[in-house]
Each structure stands twice: as C-alpha cells, then as structure tokens.
Design a protein around this ligand. Structure first.
Ligand code: HEC
Length: 202
C-alpha cells in the first residue's frame, strides 16, 4: 500500500464534486460518493418486503404453500376421477379397454397385484387363479360383472380372490379391469356353463 498523495483531490482526472478515499490498493483508488437514491431505495424496499414476507408467510401462514396447493389440486383430480368411476358401466369399461393410457396403468396394477395368481400372460397361475384370457367368466361375462369380482372379490369366499377396492381404490380397479378387457371383444365373451353365477347372466 503506497502512502496517499496529498494533492490527489486536485488532480484533473477526478470528476468535479467527487472525492477520493484515503486508501490505495495495488494502485486502485476509490471515490467516496453517496450511493444513488434508486440504489438506496431498492435496498430499503427489499428490507421492508422481507419483513412483511416473513410475517405473512412464516408467522401467519396466510398464503398456502406450493405443497399445499399441489396436494389440494391432486385431491380434486382424484375426487373427479372417483366421480367418473361411480358411473362405471359396460360401455365405459369397453371404451377404457381401448385407451392406451388406461391399459398402461392397468397393466402396472396387474403385474404388481394379479400376475402371481393369474399369470403374466393372463393364462392362469398359482392358487387357483382362473385364466383371464379365455373369454369364459365364472361370475358373469358383462364387464361390470368382471369389475365387481375385482372390486368385491369372488362371491365364493372359499376361493382366494379377495376384494381389491380398499387396496387399489375404484379408479385402479376400473383400470385393471379395462386392461383384462383389452384382451377381449364384446362378441367373444360368455359365462361358464356350470357357473354358479349364471343367474346373473344377461
Ligand atoms: C391370491 C391369488 C389371487 C390374486 C392375487 C388375484 N386373484 Fe383373481 N382370482 C383368484 C381366484 C382363486 C379366482 C377364482 C375365484 C372363484 O372361483 O370364484 C379369481 C378370479 C378372478 C376373476 C374372475 C375370473 C372368471 O373367470 O370369472 C377375475 C376377473 C380376477 N380374478 C381378477 C383379478 C385381478 C384384476 C387381480 C389383481 C388386482 C386378481 N384377480 C388377483 C385368485 C387371485
């Protein structure tokens, strides 16, 4: 650090009205100027804003957080989907079974929950899980009959087919039913001849 130059204020490379501060570092000098008002006010407003923000956001929690808003939106979407599932009928299930997005979600459910007993290819599996690809249905061949077996379980409680509604919710029950239906056509569905569920045949 070199010693300050006594005559620095008089130098002609300094703008009028400006003063130089005493120090010099590596030949770098500094004006001693008042900060411009726009700069100072930006700082003051920022400070005031941060105080208000703290009070509104953290002290009173007056504004819902991003997470709360996303959760609320998700709940509403889920509620609407449930409402849609409430009106489930044969036509809806057939239409869902031709929708690639529904089939994809239904396939995921099937693979995770059903394939063990009904086979990866729906051909039947462990524990007496009936084949789901043969177009022959024990408890009625209408899509809503099949939907009911998945939702409420087999009407015969001695068989190992549980009710899935509580675990999966109505939407995923409908999706996995649609996935199964995607292997079938309305013309090639029948209720098994010796079916205890024949009474419900339509
Ligand atoms: C623990 C083994 C097991 C699991 C897991 C299982 N099932 Fe079943 N499922 C059965 C059995 C056993 C039956 C036959 C019930 C009967 O005889 O009434 C059956 C019957 C069915 C039927 C009626 C078939 C027909 O021919 O009428 C459908 C549809 C069905 N299951 C779908 C599903 C779906 C969808 C899942 C997954 C969400 C699933 N099952 C998971 C064992 C299982």
């Amino acid at each position: 650090m070199s010693s300050p130059d006594k005559n620095r204020q008089d130098r002609d490379d300094i703008p009028p009205g400006a003063t130089l501060r005493e120090h010099v570092y590596d030949g770098i000098e500094e004006y001693d100027q008042r900060l411009p008002n726009w700069w100072l006010w930006t700082l003051y407003i920022t400070i005031i804003f941060s105080a208000l923000y703290w009070i509104v956001w953290y002290t009173f929690r007056a504004v819902p957080s991003d997470e709360e808003r996303v959760t609320a939106a998700m709940q509403e979407i889920e509620a609407r989907r449930f409402a849609m599932v409430g009106e489930i009928d044969d036509d809806t299930l057939w239409a869902m079974s031709r929708n690639p997005n529904v089939i994809a979600s239904g396939h995921t459910v099937y693979r995770d929950q059903c394939a063990f007993c009904h086979g990866d290819d729906l051909g039947g599996g462990m524990g007496g899980g009936l084949p789901l690809d043969d177009g022959v249905w024990k408890w009625g061949h209408a899509p809503v009959d099949i939907y009911s077996v998945v939702r409420d379980g087999s009407p015969d409680p001695t068989k190992g087919m549980q009710a899935w509604e509580r675990e999966l919710g109505p939407r995923r029950v409908a999706e996995v039913t649609a996935y199964i239906l995607s292997y079938h056509d309305p013309e090639n569905m029948e209720t098994a001849q010796d079916s205890p569920g024949r009474a419900s045949e339509r």
